[in-house]
Design a protein around this ligand. Sequence first.
Ligand SMILES: [Zn+2]
Length: 350
Amino acid sequence: MGHFPILDGHNDTLLRLHKSNDTPSFFTESTSGHIDLPRAKKGGLGGGFFAVYTPDAVDQGGPESHLTETGYDVPLPPMISHERALTFSNALAAKLFQIEAASDGQFKVVRTAAELKDCLQQQDMMAAIFHIEGAEAIDTNLDALHVLYQAGLRSLGIVWSRPNLFGEGVPFRYPSSPDTGSGLTDAGKALVRECNQLGIMIDTTHLNEKGFWDVANITDAPIVATHSNAHALSPSARNLTDKQLAAIAASGGVAGINYAVNMLRQDGGLGTNISLDNIVRHVAYIAENFGVDHVALGSDFDGTTVSDSLSDVTGLPHLLERLKAHGFDDDELQKITHGNWVRVLENTWK
Ligand SMILES: [Zn+2]
């Protein structure tokens, strides 16, 4: 069997560690949450995008708290303040660097494609990409963006679902089109241009459709959605229409498949007793219709509810088996597990 380290498009492990106030637990095998270093090694996780995300001021509950006759409809939360986001983001980013410092060389915050590739080749080294999900911590002068870049920021989601000064996201709604609101603000458009100039990857995940097309029209980098699935197979507002997937492919970009059960299931259901073939189905749909160069993995580990058949990051070898059983060959598996992410970042980072 070839070597297929998984480079994953999205995790919320920093937030989970922050909530439990227990950074050292990253180095100890646990049964809570989805990712820690020992389990990541068992699962073959070579690295991933580590999200710095500031939660809502008031937790309004997930889809299970907002059920409708045909699915669910979670209202968009109100904006949060720049001050709160800045303080919270600093806490999570600090955690990322504390983990790196305490890792004895086993965990590296990568800033270049060469560093990323080097980490992926080493069995005992995990690559972390510093990602911010929702740009509230960044002022509209974009001064913080420059400081964050110097600190290692290499990927930015303009919005999480709630609106901010740069744009607006989709609500967690099923069934729903992703065309749910207005596009990027002028500040949002300026943010895209500045990210292009610095070489920060822009993540369109969570943007509504108008915002997605604003990014697509402005950016000079490949279009990326780090943790979103195929709308044709699961018509959630969070998933990507065929038109969006075609634009991602045409730009040389990639979509990372999210393991959230409600974004995989055709019926949008929240039940977790589903097979890993639900993930394979979305990977195969994009590979077959838009090209195998344009699909990767974007687990949302530690940020969502995954199927019982996956359980946590140690379930990844089973997912690889299912992808193989579907018929993907070694070259295709190499692209899906990490090669496509590496290519996109090589073409985006400076
Ligand atoms: Zn997310």
